[in-house]
Design a protein around this ligand. Structure first.
Ligand SMILES: *Cc1c(COP(=O)(O)O)cnc(C)c1O
Length: 371
């Protein structure tokens, strides 16, 4: 048996006819940029996130960059975030000319540890950028409290967490703005790059809308330097077809996660850490991530036996060569460094079959009987 990390083929075969028709309608209309499909998905995602505005952009990385800039983040500012995330999180801060200031994670959830945020705040701090990693919301109440106390913006990196909830709130409605990615492998994936900013703030929304069209307002009059970063109609049409199924897919992911967890706990007990859904959280399992001793040997064994896995992420951002000038070193964020050495994500997608999950567990059993 071969178990891929993610298999989108069954999903496509179910949606194929509807998808082809939706794409055909766009091509027949010849309206490719900022038309009715974009408007429809912007409204749907804003609605889903309990906020007023959705602003479709070219990808999740641009969503972060544009929304930070829309909050006024610029040269000389500092933005607090986690070093244990995809590069784009801190890349977007640096793209604004601002400095990423890292705060270590809570090892049980892999998300930024709110207790360590206040000591990282300086007079230059402008915003906090929490990431809802692997599909689970960061611990937002204390973060919101700190932001209020110090007058900081919050931009949520919800790229991995569309549909996740925290104490009854949707991810996307807790910050001044929030960013989704519709990269094909995300829980709601387009057929190419796509992203969106959601916000309840009229001014931030307007700033984002202007920034995505070269800072143009009215058309051909430019007061700020913006970008060419739009969600296009073909991708929006794909997302409109898929969006109706998002909640079902989330349920299927949660079922698959709970299957994995009960099998792993039964077979391996304390040896393996399974994901922890923190109290009050509704985790959408973009990734199903465990911690294993001697992870790299474990991963090679899985690979030899046809089981895919991924390391999200092998190098924490404070140790990335491009951020060398920040002057950070090994030992600065011990929990992030430890997670980078131990965490491994197993195959996870809504259509994963119980036999496939069983095969993953059987392969793990064979490995641990030898090692
Ligand atoms: C995917 C992702 C992004 C970037 O999204 P793109 O659409 O690939 O640009 C940003 N942050 C996190 C945490 C992500 O997982």
């Amino acid at each position: 048996m071969k178990i891929p990390m993610l298999d989108l083929s069954e999903q496509y075969s179910k949606l194929r006819e509807e998808m082809i028709q939706a794409l055909d309608e766009v091509m027949t209309s010849s309206k490719f940029i900022l038309g009715s499909n974009v408007k429809q998905i912007e409204e749907a995602i804003a609605n889903y996130s309990n906020v007023k505005h959705g602003i479709g952009v070219a990808n999740g990385s641009d969503a972060l960059h544009i929304s930070l800039q829309a909050c006024g983040v610029s040269e000389g500012d500092e933005v607090i975030t986690t070093p244990f995330t995809f590069f784009a999180t801190a890349g977007a801060i640096a793209r604004c000319g601002a400095k990423p200031v890292f705060v270590d994670i809570d090892p049980t959830t892999y998300n930024i540890d709110p207790e360590q945020i206040e000591s990282a705040i300086t007079t230059k701090t402008k915003a906090i950028l929490p990431v809802h990693l692997y599909g689970q919301s960061a611990d937002m109440d204390p973060i919101i409290g700190i932001a209020k106390k110090h007058g900081l913006y919050i931009v949520e990196d919800a790229a991995q967490a569309i549909g996740a909830r925290y104490r009854g709130k949707m991810v996307g409605e807790m910050g001044n703005a929030a960013c989704f990615s519709f990269f094909p492998t995300k829980n709601l994936g387009a057929y190419g790059d796509a992203g969106m900013i959601v916000t309840n703030d009229d001014v931030i929304a307007e700033n984002c809308r202007v920034l995505r069209v070269h800072g143009s307002k009215p058309k051909y009059y430019h007061h700020v330097l913006g970008y060419n970063s739009r969600l296009d109609e073909l991708q929006a049409a794909v997302l409109n077809v898929k969006f109706k199924h998002l909640n079902t897919w989330v349920d299927n992911r949660r079922n698959a996660a709970s299957n994995y967890t009960s099998m792993i706990q039964k077979e391996f007990g304390e040896l393996i850490d399974t994901p922890v859904e923190a109290g009050g959280n509704f985790h959408v399992y973009h990734q199903y991530t465990i911690r294993v001793p001697e992870r790299d040997t474990f991963q090679s064994y899985l690979k030899e036996n046809g089981v895919a896995s991924m390391i999200y992420y092998p190098v924490p951002l404070h140790l990335q060569p491009v951020f060398q000038e920040l002057g950070l070193k090994e030992g600065d964020f011990p929990e992030s460094e430890k997670a980078a050495k131990e965490a491994i994500s197993l195959p996870m997608f809504p259509e994963i079959k119980e036999e496939q999950q069983k095969y993953v567990i059987e392969t793990m059993k064979k490995y641990f009987s030898k090692n």
